[in-house]
Design a protein around this ligand. Structure first.
Ligand code: NDP
Length: 283
């Protein structure tokens, strides 16, 4: 007998209709032969408390949170992981033995995507554009994974400084804030440059303006934007000879970590990625 109440999962967001997670999660359930369902549910901020209570009562095995609920949800959970606490936001909740446990898999997903390309973090110098949710998750996880320097570049200086201070105080990495200039300079010792802003997310075709001639040779350039995967930022980096990694890997792996948490099975990452590429039209 199938217990449907044990097999519901979801993402809660507002707005949420464009959220692509359902595409890869349904592909993962199908590939694994699980009779599970992933729902995309629009939840207004005022309703989040009731919805989390409802998910618990209905036996949802877990759920994802997206804008604007990643921070607000913390107060309705029983526990959050130390990394999620340090990041200050939760994107994945696991309902286990009656308890709702919050984690943040965005930064871990990013690191997994690097590992897939055989790139380690230990001792690396990172320059990250942005200080929002994605930048925060990635920079904290990179610092915890052994990065030496984390340079934060952000348009809003207060937010950027706050994030660099947070990393400097709470991790072994050194961190500095770099002002967002009209043309962004790349620090001379940078190994990995990351766009973690929302610039370039479909339908926006713009890109952060970089002084590409300052890009050190052998610097890896990454984008968190999954749609389109081949952003203008990555196209410019390639034109300047850089190796690049797009935002699809991070998206797949942050979901794969949640999938394993909920189901206990290794996620079929290849099929998840194919499903997303189909949805986004990888170019
Ligand atoms: P937030 O709204 O929390 O942060 C947005 C960031 O982008 C801020 O640092 C903001 O700067 C900056 N920004 C936006 N527009 C501009 C601009 N015109 N000029 C300069 N800076 C700008 O969003 P998130 O961090 O949650 O998400 C960022 C992106 O990451 C999204 O596009 C999302 O799709 C992607 N993402 C990808 C994931 C993946 O798995 N691949 C997972 C999570 C997110 P300021 O502080 O100055 O406003």
């Amino acid at each position: 007998m199938i217990n449907y109440l044990d097999t519901l999962t979801a993402v809660f967001g507002y707005p949420v209709s464009e959220n692509p997670t359902v595409v890869m999660m349904e592909a993962a359930f199908k590939t694994t032969g699980l009779n599970w369902k992933y729902l995309t549910i629009e939840v207004r901020p005022d309703d989040l408390k009731k919805v989390v209570r409802g998910a618990r009562a209905m036996g949802f095995k877990g759920f994802n949170l997206t804008i604007p609920h990643k921070t607000a949800v913390v107060q309705y959970l029983d526990e959050i992981t130390p990394a999620a606490k340090l990041i200050g936001a939760v994107n994945t909740v696991h309902h286990m033995e009656g308890r709702l446990i919050g984690d943040n898999t965005d930064g871990k997903g990013f690191i997994k995507a690097l590992e897939e390309e055989k790139i380690g973090i230990e001792g690396k110098n990172i320059q990250i554009l942005g200080a929002g949710g994605a930048a925060r998750a990635i920079s904290v996880e990179l610092a915890l994974a052994g990065a030496t320097n984390v340079y934060i570049v952000n348009r809003n200086a207060e937010k950027g400084l706050d994030l660099s201070n947070h990393i400097g105080y709470n991790t072994a990495a050194q961190s500095a804030f770099v002002p967002w200039l009209e043309k962004i300079d790349i620090k001379e010792d940078v190994d990995i440059l990351i766009n973690a802003t929302s610039i370039g997310l479909y339908p926006d075709e713009s890109q952060p303006v970089i002084k590409w001639e300052s890009l050190p040779a052998a610097t890896l350039v990454c984008d968190v934007i999954p749609n389109p995967p081949n952003t203008g930022f990555l196209q410019s980096a390639k034109a300047h000879g850089a190796r690049t990694i797009d935002g699809l890997g991070m998206l797949v792996y942050q979901g794969a970590i949640g999938f394993k948490m909920w189901t206990g099975y290794e996620a079929p990452v290849r099929e998840m990625k194919q499903a997303l590429e189909g949805a986004f039209g990888k170019t």
